[in-house]
Design a protein around this ligand. Structure first.
Ligand code: FUC
Length: 773
């Protein structure tokens, strides 16, 4: 083994620009509906293109002379197993509750700060592996440059001509083989020469192994006094056809090869939130040994079979536009002009691509940046913020026919029932489990950051809604059996901790807050914010229904029904708005345009409020939305889109989508700009697009509930709906032309289009046609 110098704190790499040309022969046509493409390399990370297989990922910069692949592994986080519960919390809670009941909110917040907040006050960040850098010296006279990401094949391609030779790079992240594969090709033999090196800002060493492999060994960082306990390893094997390969002091060098394949793997010692005993070296060795026995074509075929089985379940067509011939970044610049509906279709499919690439069974759930992060300490630690962001990541999953991609979230919630039970016991003296507004790889569940952000006990309860939707969409009793103990534990926690509110004797959460909005009395902490009550109505209703269906826990069901009846109701305030808090404070709130629209959870994704079922509350929710305004951070803009679709106003939703899909909220690579990059906006935006076309609740599926006028004709195939159905629809001139409903399990539902409804009962596998030929 040759020892290379350790490279720490690498400086930003400058990617060589290329001159001139905008066309290319290789790769898909420019106007292909499912392709993101560019006529120059990425100059910034937010221009690079993401690939991932749910475990490992890369951002591809595509410089002709200098290729940079920024690498991630989903379990490379700082810290190690830790218990952040503040041992003084339990004793302090009665006084805090009393202070809140006496409206002494500032004092309550101070006491929470002193006695209740987690130790440490923050959680552990998600970290980068580093960069694989390929230096192609001597590429000159570059023309016909193009880079693209084909969502249908989950393959990125970079191609250009240099001195008359056409070069092509293809890159994909394979889930079945757990490697990132790079193929370098040229149309003239002996033309490929480059050096390959690994760099990282992490504490790590880089070595060569033999004359064809790069190895990086490192460790996860320390954070907030929690020692970094993870080991990681990245391994890159370079396989050449023709030419020479050698190990040198700066890495590997390849000279005059005909074709080259690189296999990239990475792993850490993480096994579980309380077990870091894995051996990354043996994992990556095993993966590489298996992958290197296969050819590029075999690896690619296995990747396509695996990926397309998920991706191709849904097809969306919003028509064609002249803009489709333009590079994707240019289309984003012009989307707000309103004449490029297919860019919304691309945005929708890009989100499905991102979910398939970042959230696969056996891996971690998509975090704040999915799987992609170039830093040791990304914004907000790149972790799981569960007062909106993590839930939003999964909003498009079930309707987008990607149930498998929800499995990592189910896994995380299962872990949280264990760590959250400790927090429930030690912090509250309660049964069940609780998580506050954030969690991390270690499933930390105590309140963090400060009283006005962290003192919110409903994060776990909200995650339960996503689990419930696993069952609502699949209709599979096995799913219900799996999630019932989770729902039961979440409900138990609230049965034990709900407090009687002095004025109306309602049952409320206390202490809590309406994420993360300050009320007029110098704090956010309060009792019984509307969102908590809505979340708990959903949680208790789902838990009761699950227990009924499974025929268990009759007495527990009765307790839940009794508690549900005493929760504070949705209330309408003096301005006609839905009240965010128990009292009518909305117009005096710290920020009446606040990005969070927490009390509108009941309209979407929750179930308290529907246009037809509770028209007065729907009107109040609309008023609240109008007061809040349309423009906010990325995810908050996406939430507003979803909400307007549930008010049946597709045109208003589309106006907001124009803002979301503009350069202020969408980077050139189509990543959402909070700013900075947060992936929730991509997923929330996709959910909004799906909710324009089909909405479902148990017992009813509504077709085109909020179709924007601008999308005159189009079709969508393969969307999933609650009750275990698949839906295809086509529309022309703004009106439904035909719809097909397929039952996956057998069952009945009401199909609705406007005011027309039809009751449909189908056997398993049977289809029902509405209109058409
Ligand atoms: C919540 C939001 C912020 C940001 C952060 C990650 O705290 O209020 O806007 O998205 O999570």
């Amino acid at each position: 083994m040759k020892k290379l110098p350790t490279i720490l704190n690498c400086v930003a790499l400058v990617v060589a620009g290329v001159g001139g040309a905008t066309t290319a022969e290789a790769g898909p046509a420019n106007d292909h509906a499912n392709v993101l493409w560019y006529d120059q390399p990425a100059a910034k990370w937010e221009e690079a293109l993401p690939v991932g297989n749910g475990r490992i990922a890369a951002m591809i910069f595509g410089g002709a002379n200098l290729e940079r692949l920024q690498l991630n592994e989903g379990t490379l986080w700082a810290g190690g197993p830790y218990n952040p519960v503040n041992p003084e919390a339990k004793a302090a809670l009665p006084q805090i509750r009393q202070l809140i009941n006496e409206a002494k909110y500032g004092e309550a917040a101070r006491l929470i700060s002193a006695k209740v907040m987690a130790r440490p006050l923050g959680q552990m960040p998600y970290q980068t592996v580093g960069d694989l850098v390929l230096n192609f010296t001597g590429s000159t006279n570059i023309t016909d440059y193009r880079r693209d990401l084909d969502l249908d094949t989950a393959t990125a391609t970079v191609s250009y001509t240099s001195d008359g030779i056409r070069y092509t790079r293809e890159i994909f992240a394979s889930a079945p083989d757990n490697v990132i594969v790079v193929r370098l090709a040229a149309d003239k033999p002996g033309s490929i020469s480059f050096t390959a090196g690994l760099k990282t800002p992490m504490t790590a060493t880089v070595e060569t192994d033999g004359n064809d492999t790069l190895v990086m060994r490192g460790k996860g960082g320390d954070a907030g006094g929690v020692k970094g306990e993870l080991k990681f390893q990245a391994r890159v094997k370079v396989m050449t056809k023709g030419g020479k390969i050698a190990a040198e002091s700066a890495g590997l060098s390849v000279n005059n090869a005909d074709e080259v394949m690189l296999l990239i793997t990475a792993a850490t010692s993480y096994k579980k939130f309380d077990d870091v005993s894995g051996d990354p070296e043996s994992i990556v060795q095993r993966q590489l040994a298996a992958a290197e026995r296969k050819s590029f074509d075999e690896l690619h075929a296995a990747h396509l079979a695996d990926y397309q089985a998920l991706f191709r379940r849904v097809a969306i067509d919003l028509g064609r536009s002249d803009a489709m011939k333009l590079p994707t970044d240019v289309r984003i610049q012009h989307f707000a002009e309103g004449n490029d509906p297919p860019l919304a279709a691309l945005y929708y499919q890009f989100s499905r691509y991102l979910l398939i690439s970042s959230s696969r069974p056996g891996g971690q759930p998509a975090a704040l940046q999915g799987l992609w992060n170039n830093s040791k300490n990304p914004p907000w630690g790149g972790k799981y913020t569960i007062n909106i962001n993590t839930e939003m990541n999964y909003w498009p999953a079930e309707s987008g026919n990607l149930a498998e991609c929800v499995e990592p979230l189910v896994g995380m919630v299962n872990d949280l029932t264990i760590t959250g039970a400790r927090t429930a016991r030690e912090m509250y003296g309660a049964r069940g489990w609780v998580v506050h507004h954030n969690t991390d790889l270690w499933r930390a569940s105590a309140p963090i950051d400060g009283p006005n952000w962290g003192m919110w006990p409903s994060g776990g309860a909200w995650l339960c809604l996503q689990l419930w939707d696993r069952y609502a969409f699949s209709g599979d009793e096995a799913d219900l059996k799996r999630i019932y103990p989770v729902l039961q534990g979440a409900s138990e926690f609230f049965l034990d901790t709900l407090q009687e509110e002095p004025k109306h004797k309602w049952l409320v959460t206390n202490p809590s807050l309406s994420p993360e909005n300050g009320h007029p009395f110098g704090a956010a902490v309060c009792a019984g914010p509307t969102m908590d009550m809505q979340i708990l109505r959903d949680l208790f209703t789902n838990t009761i229904q699950a227990a009924e269906t499974l025929g268990v826990d009759e007495d527990f069901r009765r307790q839940l029904a009794a508690a549900r009846a005493r929760l504070a109701p949705d209330q309408i305030g003096a301005a006609g708005q839905l009240q965010e808090w128990l009292e009518d404070w909305d117009l005096q709130a710290k920020d009446i345009h606040h990005r969070h629209v927490s009390h509108l959870y009941g309209l979407y994704p929750g179930r308290d409020i529907t246009l037809r079922g509770t028209p007065e509350l729907a009107a109040a929710a609309k008023k609240s939305l109008e007061i809040r305004g349309d423009r906010a951070t990325g995810w908050a803009t996406a939430w507003r889109i979803c909400l307007w679709t549930h008010l049946g106003d597709g045109d208003h939703a589309f106006e907001i989508l124009k803002f979301l899909l503009s350069p202020e909220r969408t980077y050139p690579n189509m990543f959402d700009a909070h700013p900075p990059f947060q992936i929730d906006g991509n997923f929330g935006g996709a959910a909004g697009i799906a909710e324009m076309l089909v909405q479902s609740r148990v017992g009813e599926i509504e077709l085109l509930p909020a179709l924007p006028k601008a999308w005159t004709s189009g079709s969508v195939k393969g969307l999933r709906a609650r009750g275990a159905f698949e839906v295809d629809i086509a529309w022309r001139d703004g009106a439904l032309v035909e719809a097909t409903l397929r039952s996956l399990k057998g069952g009945s539902t009401r199909l609705r289009y406007g005011s027309v409804t039809r009751e449909v009962k189908l056997a398993k596998g049977e289809t029902y046609h509405w209109g058409g030929k």
